[in-house]
Write a protein that binds this ligand. Structure first.
Ligand code: CA
Length: 222
């Protein structure tokens, strides 16, 4: 979990960085809005702490540009100004939460945890890749609008692949996710379930979504 801090008060950056590292987050920093925007556009962060009053580009503009680029990383805005309008402007620009300076580190940590938790539940409802839709609340999968009935193991395999779409997942990891960590399940058993899953998901389609990565495991991609 890496958090990006975009803040121009170096003293505050140092305090935040030390505090977050103690909470076992990895931390990256930017001292002005332009640099912060550049970093947030080119790296993956779990969360961004974004000051409003920044040199070169203010926090509202940074936030808005990120959202315009479809970057959905959670953002907590910081401000010294005690103005209600700022809160509204910040939230309108796409921020997830807002914290007023001066604040205690414990308060910030609590906000960070809350935002990450909220994001997780909001994100985890419905997953989509190509024309597959997985509704995690209902435990339902459809492909091109047609319901695909899956066994619990097939569902968990697909769930793991969808949650990590575009990444090769090792067989060991899939076995851990589906049968439980450390379970002595053989690759053969897994391969059989994947074969069934493939038949149901990809069937005879010309462009399959489930791919074998030789010597590694499986990958779901368009
Ligand atoms: Ca500032």
């Amino acid at each position: 979990m890496t958090i990006l801090i975009i803040e121009d008060e170096e003293k505050l950056v140092k305090i935040l960085e030390a505090g977050l590292k103690e909470e076992r987050y990895a931390v990256d920093t930017a001292l002005d809005g332009e640099q912060g925007l550049k970093k947030a556009l080119s790296n993956e962060y779990s969360l961004i702490i974004l000051d409003i009053m920044l040199p070169k580009k203010d926090g509202f503009a940074v936030c808005k540009e990120l959202r315009d680029h479809q970057i959905q990383t959670p953002i907590i805005m910081l401000t010294a100004r005690e103005r209600v309008e700022d809160r509204v402007t910040g939230l309108n620009a796409g921020a997830d939460d807002y914290i007023m300076k001066p604040f205690g580190l414990e308060e910030l940590f609590a906000r960070i945890r809350a935002v990450l938790r909220r994001r997780k539940t909001a994100d985890s409802d419905i997953w989509k890749i190509a024309d597959i839709i997985m509704d995690k609340n209902k435990h339902e999968v459809t492909r091109a609008g047609v319901s695909v009935p899956l066994t619990p193991k097939e569902y968990r395999i697909l769930d793991t692949l969808m949650t990590n779409k575009g990444q090769a997942i090792t067989k060991r990891r899939l076995i851990d996710e589906v049968w439980g960590p450390g379970f002595k399940e053989s690759n053969n058993e897994l391969n059989v379930h994947v074969a069934y899953l493939r038949r149901k998901i990809d069937g005879e389609r010309a462009q399959p979504l489930i791919h074998t990565v030789r010597g590694v495991g499986y990958l779901l991609k368009e």
